[in-house]
Design a binder for this molecule. Structure first.
Ligand SMILES: Cc1ncc(COP(=O)(O)O)c(C=O)c1O
Length: 439
């Protein structure tokens, strides 16, 4: 037991995905945020190169969003999510399907990306069952995929450290190969090589039988394993093969949703419409936890049978469509629209691309890649100490006033869509200096 913790005692909080002991020996505390910047507890300004955790797409402290939250908290703080409704959840669902690609017509609310993934996987299996196809239970993910941290998500995910500590996970899961090929080094935008990797789904179909497979889930751009951009033609091919075999295709758009690639969803950017889209993060600008699963009418309608007084889908969360989250979501979508932020991201992406690739030739850099407002810089690992070099870069960058993110020895950047050219210069210029000082 802890002896009486004082208010600034750091011991009680077990921090998520954090080197707890390192952090607590030299804490990095953020106390305020506005626009493109965080303020630290020691009064420094930190340029946000990651939109928080890929979520504050409109930048920080946006007035429409903060006002909407305040107003909603006084007007209707909570309404039961089951068998009851409130207007803003319906309005937000309508606004979301308006933004989504044609053919996506319904929204189911969750509280996070992980919950969106679990929800989509469950809907996929239940959909086939609702149509009398109950042998379709198998789920296909991809190596190096990240789909959150719940059991379904880590089962279809392909990050070894997120899986190996947690037992046997879901049965009946298989994985496609990842799409990160060495011949695509220094790619600008979508890489040339690797569309054929989608054909591996045919191998999996031949192995298990299409009539056992419910869904394939992939991130259109994999973020958490270091920005893996789909090769040209790959997603189209995956769509064709899934359609041919009656397998649902789920795009996990938790990081690519809401303007990251210059369109509302990556599905529109790549011109590939999946059967379901999972989203979260940018849905509320990261301000209030909220996620959603967007589905086709075909999927939704498959459940709308039987006596009308019976629940059609035995799934949901106490906070599904929470009033304050819904208000935040509506104000966020309005902010994106008023500031035309998706188009803005698209317009500044070429400048971003040049800046990211200007790091080629700097010490330790073995690859740079980009798409939309996403950039990655891969470093040569220190022999025998993987991740250490990139983590040191993160610490030094923070000392020099920029927030970047690292995964393995890859630095990933995903700034708010309000970023100006001068911010890009500062972010990449500072990172260049940091790289030169790394051992
Ligand atoms: C593609 C993807 N799916 C799911 C998640 C999980 O989201 P959350 O942390 O909100 O549960 C993330 C988080 O980064 C993600 O990148």
């Amino acid at each position: 037991m802890l002896d009486r913790p004082t208010p600034n005692d750091l011991r009680a909080f077990w921090m998520p995905f954090t080197a707890n002991r390192q952090f607590k020996s030299a804490p990095r505390m953020l106390v305020a945020a506005e626009g493109m910047h965080y303020t630290t507890s020691d009064g420094r300004q930190i340029l946000d190169g990651t939109a928080g955790l890929w979520c504050c797409n409109a930048g920080h402290a946006r007035p429409l969003i903060t006002e909407a939250i305040q107003k909603q908290a006084t007007e209707l703080d909570y309404a039961p999510a089951f068998q009851m409704g409130h207007p803003k959840a319906f309005e937000l669902a309508n606004r979301l399907v308006d933004l989504a690609p044609d053919g996506i017509d319904h929204a189911f609310f969750t509280n996070s990306g992980s919950e969106s993934v679990e929800t989509a996987l469950k809907i996929a299996i239940a959909y086939h069952r609702a149509r009398g196809d109950s042998s379709r239970t198998r789920l296909i993910g991809r190596e190096r995929g990240y789909h959150g941290v719940n059991f379904g998500g880590i089962s279809v995910g392909g990050i070894v450290n997120n899986r190996r500590h947690f037992g046997t996970m879901l049965a009946g899961v298989d994985h496609l190969p990842h799409t990160h090929l060495p011949e695509n080094q220094w790619s600008r935008g979508m890489p040339e090589h690797g569309a054929h990797l989608a054909d591996d789904l045919e191998r999996i179909v031949a192995l298990h039988g299409a009539d056992t497979i419910a869904a394939v889930i992939v991130e259109p751009v994999a973020g958490s394993t270091g920005v893996l951009i789909p090769p040209k033609g790959y997603l189209q091919r995956l769509r064709e093969i899934t359609r041919k075999h009656g397998i649902l295709l789920i795009f996990d758009e938790v990081i690519t949703g809401f303007g990251r690639l210059g369109s509302a969803f990556a599905a529109q950017h790549f011109d590939v419409t999946p059967d379901m889209i999972t989203c979260a993060k940018g849905l509320t600008n990261g301000v209030i936890p909220m996620g959603a699963v967007l589905t086709s009418a075909d999927i939704h309608d498959a459940f709308m049978h039987g006596p009308e007084n019976l629940i059609e889908l035995f799934h949901g969360y106490t906070y599904s469509g929470n009033p304050i989250a819904s208000a935040a979501g509506l104000a966020t979508l309005e902010t994106y629209k008023q500031d035309d932020l998706f188009a803005r991201a698209d317009a500044i992406a070429p400048y971003w691309e040049e800046a990211v690739h200007s790091l080629k030739g700097h010490r330790h850099v073995i690859d740079t890649r980009n798409l939309g407002l996403i950039g990655a810089v891969e470093l040569e690992p220190i022999a025998g100490a993987p991740t250490k070099r990139a983590f040191n870069a993160f610490l030094k960058a923070y000392d020099k006033g920029i927030l970047i993110r690292t995964t393995g020895d890859i630095i990933a950047m995903s700034p708010p869509l309000i970023i100006e050219k001068s911010h890009i210069d500062q972010l990449i210029g500072t990172l260049a200096e940091v790289l030169e000082t790394l051992e």
